[in-house]
Design a protein around this ligand. Structure first.
Ligand code: PLP
Length: 414
């Protein structure tokens, strides 16, 4: 039996407890367990954006581009150092994750034409982008089944590679649905042994698990910044191209922000040397600034402490699931082994959508994906008592069958 006092005691010992004060949190507001979908607003970001709008844009006008122009690469370097295990010159803040995936997967296909292997349970946008690319280039998509909740395993990936011809493997480092954390080193090795490049989607991994892109031998990576990095709705994503690939990876959208001598306004496109080539058009500076402050705030916690707390928070969800929710017809939709889990947990139930709606109405925000209620207690600002209270409300509403009052039709956003 885990009591609320036990949860409060964990908060008392929490080394990251004070990091919560760096975020805008409504007193007596809802319990927020959806930090893996849209992170909270850091106070520093509110201040930074106010200043950017009032002073840099309002007064500085076009002159402010002198300060803005290098931010996508300097913030990329900062992200690389703090959360990606990437040396400088390999990370750029740009565009959306979907678009960055398109650019880098296209570049990989041009460099090494062949089949693309991906998980049937991969995030929808990633699947769609790769479907479109495969059709346009006339290459095969080699699907494998990632076997949730624990997969995809190295065997799942190796099975797809065994038939030969795969030149690019695309995979989420942490699965958006189950939260499964892929065996990065083993899968990278399997891809390389088969002559394929590996492109990691780090969207649910960045800020929730330690990432070592350089050390693991990753070729390419993309990821978003509005989840655990807390950079706000639609904030620009990042991309990573390993230094030794940069001379051969040519992305297909030739814009002036990827041009060698941008303000030379030359007649013909000539790609910038280095990571800058992967820019396209004007970066959204409000968003880039929010990525910058989001990294600063999260880096004050540090990935080691964030990871330790994420394990403890998700373990509390799993323990309370076993104690309270399994008897009510729930099934764990995430890995039981915390070493194979990111920072969110899926609780599967046949009525998951109605339960998610009822849960929100009762003041606990999670979301609905596939067949599960997905809970992302982001370690930067979620307390153990938040998890305990949220799970208690979930238990009580399902036990009283209050979710049956909600419709089965899903909304535009779930
Ligand atoms: C959140 C997420 C995205 C988001 O893509 P956008 O283009 O930013 O909307 C992409 N891939 C994965 C795996 C994600 O989790």
């Amino acid at each position: 039996m885990i009591s609320r006092e036990d949860a409060a005691a964990l908060d008392g010992e929490d080394r990251l407890g004070s990091l919560r004060d760096e975020f805008v949190i409504e007193p007596d507001g809802p319990i927020y367990l959806d930090g893996n979908s849209l992170g909270r607003l850091p106070r520093a970001t509110q201040a930074r954006l106010s200043k950017l709008v009032a002073e840099e844009w309002g007064l500085g006008l076009v002159r402010s581009w002198d300060d803005w122009i290098d931010l996508p690469t300097t913030v990329g370097d900062k992200l690389g150092a703090a959360f990606l295990g990437a040396a400088p010159g390999q990370v750029l803040i740009a565009d959306s994750t979907s678009l960055n995936l398109y650019k880098l997967a296209s570049a990989a296909l041009a460099a090494r034409p062949g089949a693309i292997a991906l998980d049937g349970y991969e995030f929808p946008s990633d699947r769609y982008v790769l479907e479109g690319l495969a059709q346009a280039h006339g290459v095969e998509l080699r699907w494998f089944a990632g076997h949730p909740p624990d997969g995809p395993s190295v065997d799942d990936v190796a099975g797809a590679l065994a038939q030969g011809g795969v030149r690019l493997v695309v995979l989420s480092m942490v699965s958006f649905g189950s939260g499964a954390w892929a065996d990065v080193e083993a899968i990278t090795e399997a891809a390389h042994d088969a002559g394929a490049l590996i492109l990691w989607d780090c969207s649910h991994a960045v800020g929730s698990v330690p990432i070592e892109l350089d050390a693991s031998g990753a070729d390419l990576a993309v990821g978003c910044t509005y989840k655990y990095l807390n950079a706000g709705p639609g904030s620009p994503a990042f991309l990573y191209v390993r230094a030794d690939h940069q001379p051969t990876m040519r992305q297909p959208i030739w814009g002036w922000f990827g041009q060698a001598d941008q303000f030379g306004m030359g007649d013909r496109y000539a790609p910038a040397a280095g990571i800058g080539q992967h820019g396209v058009g004007s970066p959204p500076m409000l968003g880039v600034a929010a990525v910058d402050t989001g990294i600063d705030v999260l880096a004050r916690g540090g990935i080691d402490a964030l990871r330790t707390k994420a394990v403890a928070l998700t373990s509390l969800v799993v323990d309370l699931h076993d104690e309270w929710m399994a008897p009510l017809g729930f099934e764990l939709g995430s890995p039981r082994d915390p070493d194979r889990r990111g920072a969110h947990v899926s609780l599967r139930h046949a009525d998951a959508w109605r339960i998610t709606q009822a849960l929100r109405a009762e003041g606990v925000i999670g979301d609905f994906r596939g067949d599960g209620v997905r809970l992302g207690p982001a370690p930067a600002y979620t307390r153990f008592v938040d998890v305990w209270d949220g799970m208690a409300r979930l238990r009580d509403l399902v036990a009283a069958r209050r979710h049956l009052a909600y419709g089965v039709e899903t909304g535009r956003v779930t």
